[in-house]
Design a protein around this ligand. Structure first.
Ligand code: SMO
Length: 761
């Protein structure tokens, strides 16, 4: 049977970081700051050190000259400005957010370690904290880093205009202010690390719950001063990730460092409280935006300013430019926008540092355009569906660049809108809405048309200045003596069924039934170098590398046959996993026969023939494949309780040719569920002093299965010219398009056209 990634997981046989039980493992608990901003006056570890089961207690002093800080690079281009931060894994003298690490307890088990952590005595000199991004940029505000004025870590600004600024003269302008909450990734499995150091060979082995093993190895090498060749990073089974697990965690550095000083393996598993308090947060964005249009609803201009509250430090590998840059690139969505002005800021505050989370910045794009378009429709008395028809980019205009320079490759935005409207029976719902408008349950429809820029390549990361990220991915395929096939790919899985998808891709390429294929992911010791899994990239970049390597391997197989049959390689064909002679299809060899031939000494080959049956390839997608979709949410709002009930949720989407529609639908449904969470329920709250207020799942509300409707998905399949086999990414689709559809549906139900939207609703 073909390898299915989910089979062991569904049987409870997955092997996650915490399942790695190495003999003699010691365990770590962290002493974390209880203040958002304070000087450390005194830190006493004596009683903790003497507690039962404690091997050692380490503080910042012990790490001096041994552990370098996390310093996220950004080679800001043009007028962009960036100030990097030095983020020491253990804080020195000054703490900048609640949860920042102050001491490391190493013990025989986690229980002893946690108990001893309570015995560390810390005297703080509390300093005023700044929590709000708007306050942080005021002159009199406390600074998070003394060298960074007004707490502006990153600023980007661009104005792209076909003619003059239309805002002074436009017949209609509408404005909106939207606050998107700070949210957590909330993977079922949190972060976690096991590290072991072989003192005989000076080799460090790290198992970590990550999306990007090679980038984590790059980061560990830099922070620990250990050659990359002396570090192996392995991502075992990973129980969900959604972005936070791309970032290099201070805990990863610390666990690895402690392992180098110990003769036994070291383990730390993030608990839910740590995940909510100190795991990487995301979003926390306030946008103000204005739309100028003519009397017929044609967009003349879009102007926006985004303030991203990125917390106390800039994180590796993307840096804190991630959110403000991403919003700026995608803001105009699938619409024609003749005048575009954008300013994006990353503001440091005394909150937990932020990182990637499914959709990164892009969710704000439809939130802005779709809410503004609904306001515009209301103002000029047009139907929300019609206003979109008037502004969507026609297929005939593709490929074209959006004002931020992103190239839209292919797709049919109009057809997606019409498909979704038809599926929803839109006109009928509008009629029902009139009939029911006076009851307690108010019916609302929200539309969201959007694009998803996927699988960013080397050129994109270079243009963005994020030079720590290679942008390409790699694959190595090996055929063994018995004809079985192993493929190693640099984009690991976090439960999204990538092994199954890659297996299918490779079996299609080799036209074999796939039984002999084994896919191996997420281990720097065996997989070639690559970016890893994020930004909806793995099928396009990892899959592209796999297909490229498969092509090379097929040529090697053909070459072997041509040598055996003493014919020109052009005479050898490849079909259904067999290699055959074009002139005489009775002459054929199976992959396993060639496996045996190549790996034995029985046959004579010319000297210039390279033995073995391996092929490797690295693939940098030639452009950014752009998925597109229309979402329609149909909700009923109970005006006495405020409860939002989904009656329908419709998705018409186009991510190019589908390898496995169930996997794609799973990605869309899962991401819509997360959109429902961040739109209706989730928010990480802080007190005005910087105390996190909800660090358990009792008070951080996420949707349950009962809150998630059946998501009805239809597909168009327009290939992208920018990927090896036309594929486009899709993994972030729901979190990008969902919030706008839901916000619009609720506003439509209530008949409210507010100028400010505060999420979660
Ligand atoms: S936020 Mo995703 O893992 O790029």
């Amino acid at each position: 049977m073909m390898q299915n990634e989910l089979t062991p997981l569904l049987k409870g046989k997955g092997r996650f970081v915490d399942d790695i039980q190495l003999a003699g493992t010691v365990h770590i608990a962290f002493v974390r700051s209880t203040h958002a901003h304070a000087r450390i006056v005194d830190l006493k570890v004596d009683s903790a050190t003497q507690a039962p089961g404690i091997f050692t207690v380490l503080t910042a002093t012990d790490l001096i000259n041994r552990v370098n800080p996390i310093c996220a690079k950004l080679e800001a281009t043009g007028s962009d400005q960036y100030f990097s931060t030095n983020w020491y894994p253990v804080a020195r003298n000054l703490v900048r957010y609640v949860g920042e690490i102050l001491a490391i307890i190493v013990a025989s088990d986690r229980y002893c370690a946690e108990d001893a952590a309570d015995l560390v005595e810390i005297t703080y000199d509390s300093l005023p904290a700044v929590i709000d991004a708007h306050q942080a940029i005021e002159k009199e505000s406390p600074t998070v880093h003394s060298h960074i004025e007004n707490n502006v870590l990153f600023r980007t600004h661009r104005v792209v205009s076909e003619k003059n600024d239309p805002f002074d003269s436009a017949p209609v302008t509408v404005s909106i202010s939207i606050r998107h909450p700070r949210v957590a990734g909330m993977s079922i499995e949190g972060a976690g690390v096991v590290a072991s150091y072989d003192h005989a060979t000076s080799h460090l082995s790290v198992w970590t719950s990550t999306q990007a093993p090679h980038l984590i190895r790059d980061g560990l090498s830099e922070c620990l001063g250990i050659l990359e060749s002396n570090i192996t990073v392995t991502a075992p089974d990973v129980g969900g990730a959604f972005g936070p697990k791309v970032q290099l965690h201070p805990e990863e550095i610390i666990v690895a460092y402690v392992a180098t000083t110990f003769k036994c393996p070291v383990k730390w598993i993030q608990d839910r409280r740590e995940h909510l308090m100190t795991g990487f947060h995301a979003r926390d964005i306030h946008v103000e935006a204005h739309l100028a249009a003519d009397e017929n609803g044609h967009i003349l201009g879009l102007r926006a300013r985004a303030l991203c509250n990125v917390g106390a430090y800039s994180s590796f590998p993307f840096s804190c430019a991630l959110e403000p840059q991403t919003i700026g690139v995608g803001l105009t969505g699938p619409y024609r926008v003749p005048h575009y002005a954008y300013e994006g800021l990353a503001i440091a505050t005394h909150r937990c540092p932020t990182g990637a989370y499914r959709g990164v910045g892009f969710p704000l794009c439809p939130l802005i355009t779709e809410v503004l378009l609904d306001r515009l429709a209301h103002r000029i008395g047009q139907d929300p569906s019609e206003i979109r028809r008037r502004n969507l980019i026609p297929t005939s205009a593709l490929p074209m660049r959006n004002p931020a320079g992103a190239l839209y490759d292919s797709g049919d935005y109009h057809q997606l809108l019409e498909t979704a409207l038809k599926q929803a029976d839109y006109d009928h719902i509008r009629e029902q809405q009139h009939v029911k408008s006076q009851t307690r349950f108010r019916l609302g429809i929200g539309i969201s048309c959007f694009v998803e820029l996927t699988a960013m390549n080397r050129a994109v990361f270079r243009a963005r200045g994020m030079t720590s990220i290679p942008g390409f991915d790699s694959a190595l395929i090996r055929i063994s003596r018995d004809g079985s096939i192993e493929a190693y790919i640099s984009t690991p899985s976090q439960g999204q069924n990538q092994k199954t998808t890659f297996g299918r891709l490779l079996s299609n390429a080799l036209e074999s039934d796939g039984d002999q294929i084994r896919i191996v992911l997420g281990d720097t010791a065996v997989t070639p170098y690559g970016s890893g899994t994020f930004a909806s990239r793995s099928l396009v970049s990892g899959g592209g590398a796999l297909l490229m390597a498969a092509e090379k391997l097929k040529n090697k197989l053909r070459r072997v046959a041509s040598l055996l049959w003493q014919v020109d390689i052009q005479q050898v064909g490849f079909s259904r996993g067999d290699i055959y002679l074009l002139d005489n299809s009775d002459r054929r060899l199976s992959i396993s026969e060639i496996g045996e031939i190549v790996h034995s000494a029985r046959y004579e080959f010319p000297n210039d023939w390279e033995p073995g049956l391996e092929a490797r390839a690295s693939y940098d997608p030639p452009g950014v494949p752009v998925s597109c979709a229309t979402h329609i949410a149909v909700v009923e709002v109970d005006i006495t309780t405020g409860n939002v009930h989904f009656k329908r949720y419709i998705v018409a989407e186009d991510c190019g040719p589908l390898v496995d529609s169930e996997v794609v639908n799973g990605q869309i449904r899962g991401s819509v569920a997360q959109a429902i969470g961040s739109t209706l329920y989730e928010t990480i709250s802080y007190s005005s002093h910087g105390q996190p207020l909800n660090t358990t799942l009792q008070d951080y509300l996420i949707p349950s299965a009962l809150d998630i409707p059946l998501v009805e998905v239809t597909h168009l399949q327009t290939p992208s010219p920018f990927s090896y086999a036309g594929h486009k990414g899709v993994a972030e689709s729901g979190t990008i398009g969902g919030p706008a559809a839901i916000v619009n549906a609720v506003a439509d139900a209530l008949g409210v056209h507010a100028g400010h939207i505060e999420m979660p609703l």
